[in-house]
Each structure stands twice: as structure tokens, then as C-alpha cells.
Design a protein around this ligand. Structure first.
Ligand code: PEP
Ligand code: MG
Length: 763
């Protein structure tokens, strides 16, 4: 081909252009001839319409290689010869990342892989889009131009629309031969182990179910648009009925969870969505293809958005589209996933509402693609004790619906189609885990006193009403840290005073008289609410957060204090302020509390019987002045997660630096001991609520340096009690005095040896 294509025919890539292209694609698919002829014809049609010098289709082989199946513009001899490994070259990268790649300098891209047989040397501009169906990449559609040029947003959208259809076409058997269709769909079938990150601990066994399941195969083009439009209308009405029913059956869900569901419902009724679906049907697509098409358009549009709220909503739209597809295929259960007796649910993304909607008796484990440990779905999964692994996108690629799967939330591993021996060893591990849980439950009323008679108070961390039943189950003495910000983070807007009050009241009711320490919202740092403008901070962990935000924005904390005072009327209220840095800040925040108390009095509101105020020690500056802070409050709590991050100057969210600094460092432990001693002179209690206590050796060390009150995640209350009861606190303290000046990085191995020699139970 000698002419460089630079100008689109048919006046551009607007709606008209896409409609013309879809019609030409339909003709190409309907053509007589071999599968290869039809594919080549299709490639040609696409090349002309998107004004590309080259258009190629690579399809995935059962061995995961990407093979050039058809090309317009590259050397035809390369067809069925050129192959790229998964992740190799730009094409392999598009497949592995499941996302489009655009560059105007392809040969300079670090992933560029030169294939002399294709003759592609002078092609500078590259746009590759994955052919994704039911979450799996089936191949890659590539358009290339000789000239260095930026593809416009409209062009990228058009190519994505084509890729969506191509994926459907290749899966529907309308294009390739039966064997080829099967080869493309075939996945590896041996046992596989995929490594990710454990987010919720525990072991789960079950069958793989995809939250976004393979949507049933369907035709892409339709001959009678009016009939398709009627099917679409029926599908939409059914979808709305199902969503309404879901809301009604979750009527008991309060607060934030309810808001999430309401937003979801608004989307189901969205007029714009319906109009776009109808337009796609009238361009000649089946109702199903129209849904896929509009879904891909939304993805392309919203994933580019700078507004995090809109990006989050993309997930709701995807979910609704998938439900609609299943309804169109005649599934009668309203698009709700039927779970196996024992299910491991796989999803690229998932919202808390969907998780709450699942049958909790059947859902055993979760494999999610794009979540962090502090994401809302992770928080809910932890509260529901559903083991979860994330950060392993290839797990989804290698799993088929119904495959046996095992996840290990501690090791962060996913075993797909495990060998019988692997399965057996996990069953044993799991039953040991369950036996241990039964032992902890049977010990829940035993005193948490060390062998030498030192009483240790074990409290529990919480953040949702869902956590509170664990107080009873674990025998924890109360909630030492209720992270109120979780309610702020899950919702789509600032929760109202009434919504906050309802949660606090529910928490106090469920605690049945045990104390609950409500920490005022520590928003900022890694905990950002989508609806709030945090500004651009280079170091958000050291930025505008916790007490700082409260002092600068009394408008946010005062409603929260009002809600707390009201929820605890005629009961005891414990309220704690996060991220206090210098003592004077306590005065400033307390004044806000006093103003709220005055306000309530003026309005003749019932107040709590007793109000206890606490502050968190989370920075070296506040630890150094902990005694002065203690004098201004009723209690303190060491937030060891933040304190260690600032002590070592090591980002708590960075795996890389976290590995370097062990809290068993003698310097850190002696710093804590000095802080404990400083505070004990004031007579005020101080607890430790950092997550380091989930490691038994560190927990024992903290007792050794004098901490007597702990607040730990619910799952660790049982093991912690066992540890306490097996420990000699006096001996541990002596051991520390003797070792805290040791010039070594970590006391871990020496102290573990000491603990083992002294019969401590480390689980
Ligand atoms: C801490 O910093 O240790 C703490 C308990 O607070 P958070 O983890 O919520 O920052
Ligand atoms: Mg903290």
C-alpha cells in the first residue's frame, strides 16, 4: 500500500461513521467463503473505516501465544506465522494489561518487539485494543499508521467499539471454524498457582464463579431492529423490577449501604442509557450487542474521567449491563449470580453493595482484581470474615467458571484446579484453622492474665456495625478503636448527622454495655473520600488529615460530635481524636466538643452520663510529649501503624520499605517503653491499637515493654488471649531491659527463641 491514510472517509468518526462501519462489518461477516476470507474482508473494512495504513487481528492460542490471524497492510506472508508471547511486544502488552495502548512512537516504546517478517518498520503510530469477552482477552485488534500522529478520542472509541464486536463475533462462531472457535476459547487446564496479595486472612475452597459471568453467546447483528427494540424494552423493565426488589429485600440495610444501592437504582432508570441502547439497536445490532457496545463506550469514556466518583460509577454501569445481558438470554433469576454450595467469587472489581448482596453461606472466598486493603469491599469482606486475595489479574485469565479453586488469604495465593494432594493439604490446613477457632471460642471467658498475674485488657478494633457481634463471639472487653471514617469512605456523600447517629447508636446497642471508643473521622492520608477535595499533596500521610482537618474544618467534625453525643445520650461516651501532634491541639479540639455539649444543653437534649476523651499517639512528636497530652485527656491510644511509619520514615503502604523495618527493632521498642513510662507517671491509661499486634512475637514484645491494654482486629483476640496466658510478663520485661541497646536491626529471632524456651504460645 503506497498511500498514507490521514483523513477519514464518510466525514469522520461520529455516530454516522460508526453506523456505516457496523453495517459494513455485518456484510463482511455474512459473506460466502472460507473463515479466513471473511476475517480478511473484515480487517479490510475496519482499516478503511478507521483510516489506518495497517489493521491486524491477533487471536489468542490455547498455549497463550498471540497469533496474527489476519492483516491489511502488513506482509500477508506473516499471517499465521507471526506470534507473540503473552506480554511480549506491544500486542502482548495490550493483551496482558487488558487495556488499550496508544503511542505515536511505537518503535521507541520499551516493549516494542521487532518482527522482520511483518515489514512494519516505518509504522510509527500504534493503537492496540484487547478483544475482551466475559473478562477474558481473546485477542488484540491493532491499527497502525505510518505517520506520527495522535489518535483522537473519537478514533479510539471507534476502534474499541469494533473490538467489542470482534470479540463477540469470534466467540459466536460466526467467523471462524468450529475448531478455531474452540481453540480461541480454550484455556489451560492443568493446576496453576497464582501469587497475589492476601487482603483478608483465612483459607477458602470452592468452585470458581465469576461475578461478571460469561454472558451467553449471541448473534451480533439483527435483521429486524423493531423486534430487537422490543426485546430490549422487556429486558430493561425486568432489570428495573429486579433492582427494585433487591432494594426492598435489603430494606434493613441502613446508612451508607443503602445509599450505595439507591445510586445503583438511579442508573437502572437512567434515560440516557436507555436512549443509547435503542440507538445501537436501530443501527442493526442485536439487543445483546447493543448492551456490549454501550458498555464499552461507557468504559472508554468514564475510565478517562478525572473525577474519581465517576470512575467508581463505571463499576455500577458494568454490573447493570451484565445483568441485562443475562436477562436478555432468558435467565430468570434476575441476573443475580447463583453461587455453588461453596463458591470462590472472582471479579475484576466489586462494590460493597454487591458483596452484601451475595449469599453469605455459600460465598467462601474472594479473588478481586483492583482493590487495596483499605478499599470498601475489603473492609466489608474482613467484617464478614471472607478470605480474599487481590493483585493477581492473570488468575482470572486462567480460571474457567466452575473450576475448583483454593485461596490462601495469608500467603496471598490462588490455586486453580489444584492437584488432589494440594487440595487435601489445604483441607487439612483449613480444618486446623477451624479447630483453632473453636478453641478460641471455648476460651473466650478465660481471664487474660499472664502467668505471673499481670492483667492485660484485650479490646477489639471495629468500623462497621457488622463488626460488633464479634465482641460477644471473641469475648473482647470492648471496642478500643472504632474507625468512624469507614462510614465516610463507603458512602457517595458526606453522611448526615442522622445517618452517623444511627450507626453510633447501633454500635452502642450491639456492644451491650461494653465500652466503645469512637475515634473521630481520620480522613486524609490513604483514606480519601471521593466527594471531598483533598487538594494535591505530595505526602498525604503527613498532610491534611485527622485532627488537622478537624481543626480547620469544624463544619465537618461538629456534626460528628453532635451525632456521638446524641447517640450516647444517657450512656457512656468515649471519643478519641486521631493524629494529634502537639498538646495544644487537644485544647483546640476539646473546645469544639465543649461547644457541642453547650449546644445540646441549650436545646435541652439528653447528654451522655459520662464523657471520656482520648487522644491518639501516632507521631514521634506526640509520643515525646505523651505525658503532657495525657494530662489533657482521660486516656491515650498508641496508633502503632502511623507511629512506626513516622519513626522509621517508612511509608506504611509501601511493601518495599515495610519489609526493611521490623517493629522488633530495639530502637522502636525502647522508644515505646519510654513513652509507656512517661504516661504511666500521669496515671492515665494508654492502649495500643496498631495492627502490629497481629504478629504474636511483636505482641509479646509490647507486653514486655509495659503495654497493658490492646485493641486488636477481631480475628486476633483469641490467639492474643492464648499468648497472654502463656507469657511471663516480668521475665519478658527483664529480657528487654537486657537487650534493648543491642546494636542489631531486629530482636525478632533472639526474642522468639526466648519465647519458645519459656513456653509462650505463638499462633
Ligand atoms: C494506627 O495508626 O495505628 C491506627 C490504629 O490508625 P489507622 O490505622 O486507622 O491509621
Ligand atoms: Mg493512624
Amino acid at each position: 500500500m503506497s498511500v498514507e491514510r490521514t483523513r477519514p472517509p464518510h466525514g469522520g468518526h461520529g455516530e454516522h461513521g460508526i453506523t456505516v462501519l457496523l453495517k459494513s462489518m455485518r456484510d463482511a461477516v455474512a459473506k460466502e467463503g472460507s473463515a479466513q476470507d471473511r476475517l480478511d474482508h473484515l480487517t479490510r473494512v475496519i482499516a478503511i473505516h478507521v483510516v489506518a495504513d495497517v489493521c491486524s487481528i491477533y487471536l489468542r492460542r490455547p498455549d497463550n501465544d498471540l497469533e496474527l490471524y489476519s492483516t491489511e497492510g502488513l506482509n500477508p506472508a506473516a499471517v499465521h506465522k507471526t506470534r507473540l508471547k503473552w506480554g511480549e511486544g506491544l500486542v502482548g502488552l495490550v493483551a496482558a494489561r487488558h487495556s488499550p495502548l496508544v503511542t505515536s512512537q511505537a518503535p521507541k516504546h520499551p516493549a516494542f518487539a521487532y518482527r522482520p517478517e511483518t515489514g512494519e518498520d516505518p509504522l510509527h503510530s500504534f493503537l492496540g485494543v484487547p478483544l475482551i469477552r466475559s473478562g477474558k482477552t481473546l485477542g488484540v485488534l491493532v491499527v497502525q499508521n505510518k505517520a506520527r500522529r495522535e489518535y483522537t478520542h473519537g478514533e479510539i472509541e471507534a476502534v474499541q467499539a469494533v473490538a467489542t464486536l470482534l470479540a463477540e463475533i469470534s466467540a459466536s462462531g460466526e467467523l471462524l471454524s468450529q475448531e478455531e472457535t474452540e481453540a480461541v476459547g480454550a484455556m489451560l487446564h492443568g493446576p496453576e498457582k497464582v501469587k497475589g496479595f492476601g487482603i483478608v486472612s483465612g483459607i477458602a475452597l470452592g468452585r470458581a464463579v465469576f461475578l461478571q459471568p460469561p454472558t451467553p453467546k449471541h448473534k451480533v447483528f439483527a435483521a429486524a431492529p423493531a423486534a430487537e427494540a422490543a426485546r430490549l424494552e422487556d429486558g430493561l423493565s425486568e432489570l428495573r423490577r429486579v433492582v427494585d426488589e433487591m432494594l426492598a429485600s435489603n430494606a434493613s440495610l441502613g446508612g451508607v449501604s443503602r445509599e450505595v444501592l439507591e445510586t445503583y437504582r438511579l442508573f437502572a432508570y437512567d434515560r440516557g442509557w436507555k436512549d443509547r441502547l435503542r440507538a445501537a439497536v436501530f443501527s442493526g445490532l442485536t439487543a445483546e450487542s447493543a448492551v456490549e457496545q454501550v458498555k464499552a463506550e461507557n468504559r472508554a469514556r468514564l475510565s478517562q474521567s478525572r473525577d474519581p466518583y465517576l470512575r467508581e460509577r463505571l463499576h455500577d454501569l458494568d454490573d447493570l449491563s451484565n445483568r441485562l445481558l443475562r436477562l436478555l438470554a432468558g435467565e430468570k433469576n434476575g441476573g443475580k449470580r447463583i453461587l455453588h454450595e461453596e463458591t470462590i467469587l472472582f471479579a475484576r472489581t466489586m462494590g460493597p453493595a454487591e458483596l452484601l448482596e451475595c449469599d453469605r453461606n455459600r460465598l467462601k472466598g474472594l479473588v478481586l482484581g483492583e482493590v487495596s486493603a483499605t478499599s470498601h469491599v475489603a473492609i466489608v469482606a474482613r467484617a464478614l470474615k471472607i478470605p480474599m486475595v487481590t493483585g493477581a489479574p492473570e488468575a482470572m485469565e486462567r480460571t474457567e467458571e466452575g473450576d475448583q479453586a483454593v485461596i490462601d488469604g495469608d500467603a496471598g495465593e490462588i490455586h486453580i484446579r489444584p492437584a488432589p494432594e494440594t487440595l487435601e493439604s489445604f483441607r487439612t490446613k483449613q480444618s486446623r484453622y477451624q479447630e483453632r477457632q473453636a478453641i478460641y471460642a471455648s476460651e473466650k471467658n478465660l481471664p487474660s492474665t499472664t502467668r505471673d498475674g499481670v492483667d492485660i485488657t484485650i479490646l477489639m478494633n471495629a468500623g462497621l456495625a457488622l463488626d460488633l457481634p464479634y465482641l460477644e463471639e471473641t469475648g473482647a472487653a470492648g471496642v478500643g478503636l472504632f474507625r468512624t471514617e469507614l462510614q465516610f469512605l463507603i458512602g457517595t456523600q458526606l453522611p448526615s448527622v442522622a445517618t452517623q447517629e444511627a450507626l453510633y447508636r447501633e454500635a452502642l446497642d450491639l456492644a451491650k454495655g461494653k465500652p466503645v471508643v469512637f475515634r473521630t473521622a481520620d480522613i486524609g492520608g490513604d483514606k480519601t473520600a471521593d466527594y471531598m477535595d483533598h487538594g494535591d499533596e505530595v505526602n498525604p500521610a503527613m498532610g491534611w488529615r485527622g485532627a488537622r482537618m478537624a481543626m480547620d474544618r469544624p463544619g465537618m467534625i461538629r456534626p460528628q460530635l453532635r451525632a456521638l453525643l446524641s447517640a450516647a445520650a444517657e450512656r457512656d461516651l468515649c471519643v478519641m481524636f486521631p493524629f494529634v501532634t502537639v498538646p495544644a491541639e487537644v485544647d483546640e479540639i476539646r473546645e469544639l466538643l465543649d461547644r457541642e455539649i453547650d449546644r445540646a444543653r441549650r436545646r435541652d437534649k439528653q447528654l451522655p452520663n459520662n464523657i471520656r476523651v482520648g487522644a491518639m499517639i501516632e507521631t514521634p512528636s506526640s509520643a515525646w510529649r505523651a505525658d503532657l497530652i495525657a494530662e489533657k485527656v482521660d486516656f491515650l491510644s498508641v496508633g502503632g501503624n502511623d507511629l512506626a511509619q513516622f519513626y522509621f520514615a517508612a511509608d506504611r503502604d509501601s511493601e518495599r520499605v515495610q519489609r526493611r523495618y521490623d517493629p522488633m527493632n530495639p530502637g522502636f521498642l525502647s522508644f515505646l517503653r519510654a513513652t509507656v513510662e512517661r504516661v504511666s507517671k500521669t496515671g492515665k491509661p494508654m492502649s495500643y491499637c496498631g495492627e502490629q499486634t497481629t504478629d504474636a512475637v511483636t505482641a509479646a514484645a509490647l507486653i514486655g515493654v509495659g503495654v497493658r491494654q490492646f485493641s486488636v482486629p477481631a480475628a486476633f483476640v483469641g490467639p492474643f488471649r492464648r499468648l497472654v496466658r502463656s507469657l511471663d510478663a516480668g521475665k519478658a520485661a527483664e529480657w528487654f531491659k537486657a537487650h534493648e541497646s543491642a546494636p542489631i536491626v531486629s530482636l525478632r529471632s533472639a526474642f522468639t527463641e526466648f519465647l519458645n524456651e519459656n513456653g509462650a504460645v505463638l499462633e
